[in-house]
Design a protein around this ligand. Structure first.
Ligand code: CO
Ligand code: CO
Ligand code: CO
Length: 316
């Protein structure tokens, strides 16, 4: 329990566990797997890997090795589907510079795929989800709305371009964003996944006495996400996320309730939310844009005067 080498463990809702091996080397460990969120098996494999690696990147680490986790309905599904998933997954692992060292598969009524990942980091370079200072500005590196767009896709409402775009973003690694934050030096980071932007933002201020303010007009959204939210094409997870946290949010009356849906929308393989020291923010944003992360934007800041609450404002 009180292992002094455990740098980040269960007690914090952080992205991955970190264990110190020596003065200059720590292990990062994480596991993630889920049911398909897109029809194309090859893309699903890529997304599952990008998603599993994201927790290592959120801590500023480098993924080293991985093991496949496969649950497959062998009696009802063609094995070629699994082959495509694993092929897509392997492509992403290659892109990440990650070595696949093994895995485990079982028969299951429902298809699931993911990875357990081992990474490394210098113990003093670990970026956790707490540590943000008042005056830090918050950068988000991918647009929001994957849950809502995926609901629209299931309902047959999304256009082909929209499906392609969201799928493409979900397959993107958070590698470059992670390397950039380590290059610049930041205070805290998390990846935005199942709890939505505001849910993960809360993990960054919980127990710190600080607050956050978000400016809606700056938040990057997938095209169509707001329209689909207005049509009620919102996944159940959005409502659960909202229910869980809404009492800690101060919403300006000018903010659209549909936009709030997006701020609570569960993301699959979402971007990083990074607390950057105020004076470094512009440089950080410029570097992200130079490296091709075009949608990265400053969407809010950390404040002293909202004790563990989040304010949502329409504009800057
Ligand atoms: Co995470
Ligand atoms: Co995770
Ligand atoms: Co997180």
């Amino acid at each position: 329990m009180d292992d002094p080498n455990l740098i980040v463990g269960l007690e914090r809702a952080d992205d991955a566990g970190v264990y110190k091996l020596s003065e200059d080397l720590a292990l990062i460990q994480t596991v993630d797997f889920f049911t398909p969120i897109v029809d194309d098996p090859h893309s699903f494999g890529q997304i599952a890997v990008a998603n599993a690696l994201s927790d290592v990147y959120a801590m500023g680490g480098q993924p080293l090795t991985a093991m496949n986790i496969v649950c497959f309905p062998i009696k009802t599904m063609d094995l070629s589907v699994l082959r495509e998933i694993l092929k897509g997954g392997l492509e992403k692992m290659k892109e990440a510079g990650l070595t696949l060292v093994g895995g485990h598969s079982i028969e299951d009524a429902e298809l699931k795929y993911g990875l357990s990942v081992t990474g490394t980091i210098h113990p003093s370079r670990v970026v956790t989800n707490v540590g943000a200072h008042a005056g830090d500005r918050l950068i988000l590196t991918k647009p929001l709305g994957t849950g809502i767009i995926n609901t629209a896709i299931k309902g047959g409402m999304a256009k082909k371009e929209s499906i392609t775009m969201v799928t493409d973003y979900m397959t993107r690694l958070n590698k470059t964003a992670s390397e950039t934050m380590q290059e610049i030096g930041v205070h805290a980071c998390t990846d935005v996944t199942g709890f939505g932007l505001l849910g993960h933002a809360f993990e960054m201020i919980q127990g710190t006495g600080k607050g956050m303010v978000f400016h809606c007009s700056s938040v990057p959204l997938f095209p169509g996400a707001l329209d689909f939210a207005e049509m009620g094409l919102v996944p159940g997870g959005t409502y659960r996320n909202r229910e869980f946290r809404i009492h800690q949010v101060d919403i300006d009356p000018a903010v659209s309730p549909f936009l709030m849906d997006i701020l609570f929308d569960p993301q699959t393989s979402g971007g990083l939310l990074i607390a950057v020291p105020g004076e470094k923010t512009e440089k950080m944003l410029r570097r992200l844009h130079e490296k091709g992360i075009d949608e990265a934007a400053i969407i809010g800041e950390v404040v002293n005067d909202l004790r563990e609450r989040i304010g949502v404002m329409p504009k800057d």
